[in-house]
Design a protein around this ligand. Structure first.
Ligand code: FAD
Length: 309
């Protein structure tokens, strides 16, 4: 991943996208349509989530493997520690390696059932993501990324403690982090400053901001309940006004605001010199594609300029 970020030769930083394993045949066709659209736009990498509580384990392995085998994309597989003993975590890493996947985003995950409930380590598993980073790095030649939280992880007592543990994950061997989604660029800039103050050497590692073009107010609210991120009040007001007060939200109007906001945020991040832009796509290419087009990707030579996996 880091090599791909550095290989960027265009005027714009490289971009990357996040997919999720599809639930059924229709969702699988939709995912592959999005994959083929993005493939033509040459993202630096594509990531595949690992369902809450390890619920999509087999699908994540299968689909990420297919991305490695059947596309020119560089896939990054997410892996969480939830519900797995060390032996299972080792064999998951082995399953990725067997499919040629060397890039893993290592996460602790949230408790199964109620994700805001009490976290309980699997008796034979790991407590925090830094332990899983060490485990994966010990298993071979893997490139590991971790999560970072511009507004702090919801279970962290304060931002300084949160930053200390992020730095711990980087020192354990992670080569970069991808942030939780956020809607105020200042949160990202402050995270970057905190990491620089905590450890100037680890701060050289890319902190890739994650963006999500909002297309539904209801779904973004549901997502934010878990993430520890918040909608700034002026954006919340704009989106609520756009959604209207009918029984169904006005998706077209919400989407228009969402795309404009994501474009403005991304442009500001580009101006701030970010190493890349990572987009949550929900397996749709259209909204992210519009944001990228607004920013000049395609027209101004964005992308990494590397076609092979
Ligand atoms: P950790 O880094 O272990 O942190 C968990 C908490 O413990 C934090 O409060 C932290 O400050 C604290 N902590 C960390 N290390 C220590 C330590 N050594 N000692 C004491 N306290 C410590 N979830 C999924 O289920 N599947 C996914 O595919 C997925 N993808 C994600 C992608 C991104 C980019 C992000 C930002 C999150 C993703 N998540 C995913 C959510 C993630 O699993 C949760 O946010 C989870 O609660 C925290 O994971 P973590 O890896 O940051 O945990």
């Amino acid at each position: 991943v880091v090599e791909r970020l550095h290989a960027c030769s265009g005027a714009l930083p490289p971009f990357s996208v996040e997919f999720s394993p599809p639930r059924d045949g229709a969702a699988e066709s939709r995912l592959w349509r999005a994959v083929r659209v993005f493939e033509g736009m040459r993202p630096a990498f594509v990531s595949m989530t690992y369902g809450a509580g390890g619920s999509t384990r087999d699908r994540t392995v299968r689909v990420t493997g297919e991305l490695a085998e059947q596309t020119t994309l560089l896939p990054v597989a997410h892996l969480t520690a939830v519900g797995h003993h060390i032996g299972e975590l080792r064999s998951m890493v082995g399953a990725y390696a067997d499919r040629g996947i060397r890039n893993i985003l290592v996460l602790r995950g949230d408790p199964p059932g109620d994700p805001t409930g009490e976290w309980r380590r699997h008796p034979g598993g790991v407590e925090y993501a830094d332990e899983l980073v060490r485990l994966v790095c010990e298993l071979g030649d893997f490139h590991v990324g971790v999560a970072s939280f511009p507004e702090g992880h919801p279970r962290s007592p304060d931002l300084e403690t949160d930053t200390k543990y992020l730095v711990g994950k980087l020192r354990a061997g992670a080569e970069y982090s991808i942030t939780q989604v956020f809607f105020d660029v200042e949160h990202y800039l402050r995270l970057r400053d905190r990491v620089a103050a905590a450890d100037p050497v680890e701060a050289m590692k890319p902190i890739i901001p994650e963006l999500m073009p909002i297309t539904s107010l209801r779904s973004v609210r549901a997502m934010l309940r878990l993430s520890g991120s918040a909608l700034p009040s002026d954006l919340e007001r704009r989106l609520t006004a756009a959604a209207g007060d009918g029984p169904e939200e006005n998706r077209a109007a919400v989407r228009e605001v969402g795309i404009e906001v994501a474009t403005v945020m991304a442009q500001r991040l580009i101006d701030e010199g970010v190493p890349g832009l990572h987009f949550i796509t929900l397996n749709f290419a259209k909204a992210t594609g519009e944001v990228l087009a607004n920013l000049g990707y395609g027209a101004r030579g964005g992308g990494v300029g590397v076609a092979s996996a």
